[in-house]
Write a protein that binds this ligand. Sequence first.
Ligand code: ATP
Ligand code: MG
Length: 690
Amino acid sequence: SPADLPDYLSSLNDAQRAAVLAGTAPGDSDGPLLVIAGAGTGKTSTLAHRVAHLLMQGVAPDALLLLTFSRRAAEEMTRRVQRIVAAASPRLAPIAAAGIPWSGTFHGVGARLLRDYAGSIGLDPAFTIHDREDSADLLNLVRHEQGLSTKAKRFPLKGTCLSIYSAVVNTCSPLDEVLRTTFPWCAEWETELKALFRGYVEAKQAQQVLDYDDLLLYWSQMVSEPLIAGELSARFRHVLVDEYQDTNRLQASILRAIKPDGRGLTVVGDDAQSIYSFRGATVRNILDFPMQFDPPARRITLEQNYRSIPPLLDAANAVIAEAGEGFDKRLWSARTGGQKPLLVSVRDEADQAAFVVEQILARRESGLKLKSQAVLFRTASHSIRLEVELTRRNIPFVKYGGLKFLEAAHVKDVLSLLRWAQNLRDRVSGFRAIQLLAGIGPKGAARILDNLDAAPPGAALLAEQPVTEGVRAAWMEFASLIEAAGASGAAWPGSGEALMHWYETQMDRLYEDALVRAADVRQLALLAATYPSRERFLSELTLDPPEVTSDAPGKPLLDEDYLILSTIHSAKGREWPAVSVLNVVDGGIPSEMSTGSQAEIDEERRLLYVAMTRAKDQLELLVPQRFHLTGQSAVGDRHVYAGRTRFIPNRLLPRFEQRSWPRADPEGVKPMSVSEARIDIAAKMRAMWG
Ligand code: ATP
Ligand code: MG
């Protein structure tokens, strides 16, 4: 009975406890386990308890492979496990405190495993990883070499080419099928695309660079070798995956190769929250999971929602029920009371921003920290107006998703320096790094890279052209730093710091706002020092970059209270007491970009469901009457008169409380009279000067 159980098990409900204990008692079969359940039912928390329980049973931390949707999610899970273990068993606390070494995203873990096994699979362990932009650049280079000019021949753009390539890899489908089903307007280029992709693969191999997709592809190829699969299977007694509904076929095939009979394999997820099919994820993975094994996987469902008050859950359930896909979950909440979600009609996006800020401040007045509140949106650009308003009002915030730390030019500079030092064959990185030198342009950089096969960087640079003594000295300093950093992976982070320091001394020449950017570089150096090796630093930064840069105007101090702004995609798995969702209009959600197929529309509905189920106590959906479309299909920017999202048709309105703002009746916001106002002119005058 629950009374006899250790505390950490007695706090769970029966279904959760069954999922934690499945296959862990002596004689119990440790066959494959699927936990499929709706939002807020404790899937992630159950997984954390299962990991803690395994550790307490004596399973070594490095015998666990824990795969999550983001690095942050893995870190949160680890902390949770540590808390559970520390509370339950002081003796084991130190073991748990060391963390779970093999935890992270598929891509992050893949990168580390590939380095470990590089020697056995013909890979240089110093391989570098390209982010999407680098990949597109390399693909573009190959395209030019093959004479496939976009302008002359209307050949697909580099970004489209990369998307096609990525779709082929991640969905494990042949090119012609991907073209037919997803990129029909490119189908006429099948032959050229095939040649292009072959050239791209060859270029990557020659340069020993891997792109995001390669991390999964090489991993899956690696474990198709029985020898390696067997070793990994023995090494990882337990493989546990959160958010399984958003994995793709390649990821499923990796799991199957490591755990062919499913023993020791646990996956959890929610089919109603599958929101990554645009990246090749398929909800079939989770739906078909049980039958992939013989005997089939054990399936546990959880029905009690611990997160949200009933009115919020009712509204979210109603929205997802409209899909007619019969997500067979009847979520209920034992929490009581609470307000219906607000459906707030505002004039335009400026009013939307003003309203949200008012609400946030009012809630902070009543004691709810900024950190307990989040503003979610479909697309990163939707929050821009709000960001301006927050900055104006001095409200600190952090934005997740969309804001690309790596796209900041100075961050790219530093990464290409470090990457090039690690792998001199990486042309995209080298091309950028060399041009940081005064007096070298694209042509020169290309020639130097061509000469590199025959000579080390210093000599290749000097072969370039006669230069003055001063320039020569500067080039040699650069070359020796690159060579030193390349040679001494072990001297990390010192060698990396030296290179970053050199870069800082060049920034004045490179950027007008060097001062602001230099702060980021120093932050990078600090961050670098927390990683055990250059490879780990570079991989993890490339795969899962931090979200804030000096570009973010409201950048808070670390210990400060701040508001969270996030795309819905990046809010996956998280929860806040109060949540506002922007632009809940047709064209917002569903996005103007995805009004094509029914499948796309269904995914947008699931996105709204994910957004709504992030809220614990308060939820408001904003409906601006005038909405700014930015779609490429539009001629320039344009406003449209939008309507409430089609996912909340009239028959669902009783589940919401409708408001309009500014309120029509003057009772709500009474205009202040001049005599009531207290305007501090002196303070204003001082403020003009900072
Ligand atoms: P999502 O689908 O959004 O990822 P989830 O199913 O992973 O949600 P969790 O995030 O694990 O749900 O849990 C939601 C909330 O419910 C958390 O605050 C968690 O601490 C709480 N919770 C889960 N199980 C219990 C329980 N047995 N008793 C009390 N609180 C619980
Ligand atoms: Mg979760």
